[in-house]
Design a protein around this ligand. Structure first.
Ligand code: NAI
Length: 340
């Protein structure tokens, strides 16, 4: 059976790379591109494809999967897959592949970008010079990382890089993971703690867990009070790993000194509010959380970026290459990197 892969919302250079790829050509895969994301508000007119290449900005719920009669495989151009309804895929006989480890250094480096931006007030400093033409240091004093304690939550691919980088800064490193990597801990002289002990001990907490039922609101109103007063929370994992209500309250009360967030609960809605409202989909979202996201955006001690941690040229190249390999493996009947 001939195969057709359609990729959604890819930049022109990535389209060019995929179009010219010999592996896909040799595997006999026809290629198509759609200018927009794939979700319930953006259904493609042409549904004659069996493979969909999607990024985290597409949301494949049951209704979308049901709309695509030929779909057999979703090639996610990401590590996380919480934007894909796995039970609906299983019911429809659709398999899902991901890119397991393109961004271990990339995302960890970005987490430290957020940490340094907060610890040294780099955004405020830059804005003062550029927007006010002022070189005054008033209010710009930060704090050292050396000697501070960082708590790394999740010591998989990204978390392990975060540990190594933190060591380079001369930080004390603790970690929490329900599946501790004892060999890595020994190599790094790393101490695993319970989550509550980590929260109490850390000046900076950085989250590197996948989003799944067990990590939904991992940081929540019941445990955020355990956080060391004035600590900083960094989230480059997924928005819903943190209960937004609890986060806003802790930032307001000073329990948290600040936060660096590359991901937000309801970030899809925040990105495209107009479309959700006009498309009549606003009711599907938690509007209180959307409102709280706006409160966070306005807080002076919070730094928010638009799910950008993965976004380096090297990482994107690795994403494309692994996705192409995943598609070829699927077509050859030996699927790789499947979500189980
Ligand atoms: P990984 O699968 O290598 O590591 C995840 C770690 O979390 C594992 O060690 C696992 O044991 C641990 N874990 C599982 N359940 C846990 C729990 N309840 N509490 C604490 N730890 C738990 O994943 P990797 O590659 O390190 O990526 C982590 C996440 O980072 C991804 O799932 C994705 O959501 C996010 N990510 C974000 C990006 C961005 O652009 N902001 C880019 C890439 C990944």
């Amino acid at each position: 059976m001939p195969h057709k892969a359609v990729f959604f919302n890819l930049e022109p250079w990535a389209r060019e790379y995929i179009s010219g790829n010999e592996k896909l050509k040799n595997a006999g895969v026809a290629i198509g591109f759609e200018d927009h994301v794939l979700d319930v508000s953006h259904m493609p007119a042409d549904v004659g494809f069996d493979i969909a290449g999607i990024f985290v900005d597409s949301t494949l719920k049951k209704d979308v999967i049901g709309y695509l009669p030929k779909l057999k495989h979703i090639a996610a151009l990401s590590t996380g897959f919480d934007h894909v309804d796995l039970p609906a895929c299983a019911a429809a006989g659709v398999t899902v592949s991901t890119v397991p480890s393109y961004g271990e250094n990339t995302v960890a480096e970005y987490a430290f970008g957020l940490i340094l931006a907060l610890s040294r007030k780099i955004c405020d400093t830059h804005c003062r010079v550029r927007e006010e033409g002022s070189f005054s240091l008033d209010g710009l004093r930060g704090f050292d990382l050396a000697g501070k304690t960082i708590g790394v939550v999740g010591t998989g691919h990204i978390g392990q890089h975060a540990v190594r980088i933190a060591k380079g800064f001369g930080m004390n490193v603790t970690a929490y993971d329900p599946y501790p990597n004892e060999k890595f801990a020994e190599e790094q002289g790393l101490k695993y703690l319970t989550l509550n002990d980590l929260l109490a001990a850390s000046d900076i907490i950085t989250l590197h867990v996948p989003y799944m039922p067990a990590t939904h609101h991992l940081i929540n109103k019941d445990n955020i009070g355990m956080v060391k007063k004035g600590a900083y929370l960094i989230n480059t994992a997924r928005g819903a790993v943190v209960e937004t209500d609890a986060l806003v309250s802790a930032l307001k009360s000073g329990q948290l000194g600040g936060a660096g967030l590359d991901v937000l609960e309801e970030e899809g809605m925040v990105k495209d509010e107009l479309n959700a409202l006009v498309g009549g989909k606003a009711g599907e979202h938690d509007l209180k959380t959307v409102l709280e996201d706006h409160v966070l955006i306005d807080m002076p001690n919070v730094l928010i970026t638009p799910h950008n941690a993965f976004n380096t040229k090297e990482a994107f190249q690795r994403i494309l290459d692994t996705t192409i390999d995943n598609i070829v493996a699927f077509v050859n009947g030996q699927p790789a990197n499947l979500v189980k």
